[in-house]
Design a binder for this molecule. Structure first.
Ligand code: VGL
Ligand code: ZN
Length: 232
């Protein structure tokens, strides 16, 4: 080793550290890619389409190959769900109302349980994904976050799942940046996980500055903002 150059010394480092030095973060055994709500409803042609939502699918598929641990989330509403404008007399999509737990944005009917609209996007190609967690299935309560419902108290169980499996490094991507991605990332941070949001693997809805607001809120919560290039 005395005569070896720096290149040879680097080769003696553990693989994961070497990869981290080479380019960005290499997901380890304690890392998980959380793919939020990449479902037909949120793609062009769906019931609540996110503009260009389909464009992130190839990036997510590429990321999926770099993670041993991948989980999906699925917005999974009952028919007549409280978050649907159609459930409230005289209300239109994108109006807001007061529900017992606070302000609720109203949406078109979307992601109804068992429908084609609610299915995960056909283009997703991550067959080693380990879990699909569903949320928003209580009639009277919405759940942007995949950890805690909008009432602020009802848990989905995901924190327990991740903690039991020792998955403490969370990488979030999917739809929509300013709703389910943002709320999930913030709750993950508040549960004590290390959280990064992969910006180019997300798309936002952006109502009234909600996208900028979401990035600020995520930053304040200690969430890292990265791109897919940061992951090797
Ligand atoms: C979402 C609005 C309503 C999302 C879900 O996945 O971001 N947005 N339901
Ligand atoms: Zn929803």
């Amino acid at each position: 080793l005395k005569y070896a150059g720096a290149g040879a010394a680097v080769l003696m480092l553990p693989f994961e550290l070497r990869m981290a030095l080479a380019s960005g973060t290499s997901p380890g055994k304690d890392s998980v890619l959380v793919v939020i709500d990449v479902q037909n409803c949120f793609l062009p042609g769906g019931s609540l389409p996110v503009s260009e939502g389909d464009q992130i699918i190839p990036i997510i598929n590429m990321l999926g190959k770099k993670f041993e641990n991948v989980i999906f989330t699925q917005d999974w509403h009952t028919p007549g769900h409280a978050s649907f404008a159609s459930s409230h007399e005289g209300k239109s999509p994108f109006d807001t109302i007061e529900l017992p737990y606070g302000k609720q944005m109203l949406w078109p009917d979307h992601c109804v349980q068992g429908t084609k609209d609610a299915q995960l996007a056909d283009g997703l190609d991550i067959s080693h994904a380990q879990l699909i967690i569903r949320k928003g299935y209580h009639d009277e309560v919405d759940s942007y976050s995949t950890f805690v419902e909008a009432d602020g108290t009802t848990k989905t169980g995901l924190t327990g799942y991740l903690k039991e499996r020792g998955l403490r490094n969370i990488f979030v991507c999917g739809l929509a940046t300013d709703f389910c991605v943002s709320w999930s990332a913030q709750h993950a941070a508040s549960e004590g996980f290390t959280v990064s949001v992969i910006e180019d693997a997300c798309k936002g809805i952006d109502l009234d500055g909600s996208l900028a607001g979401a990035w600020q809120a995520m930053k304040d919560a200690g969430v890292e903002r990265i791109t897919s290039n940061d992951i090797s």
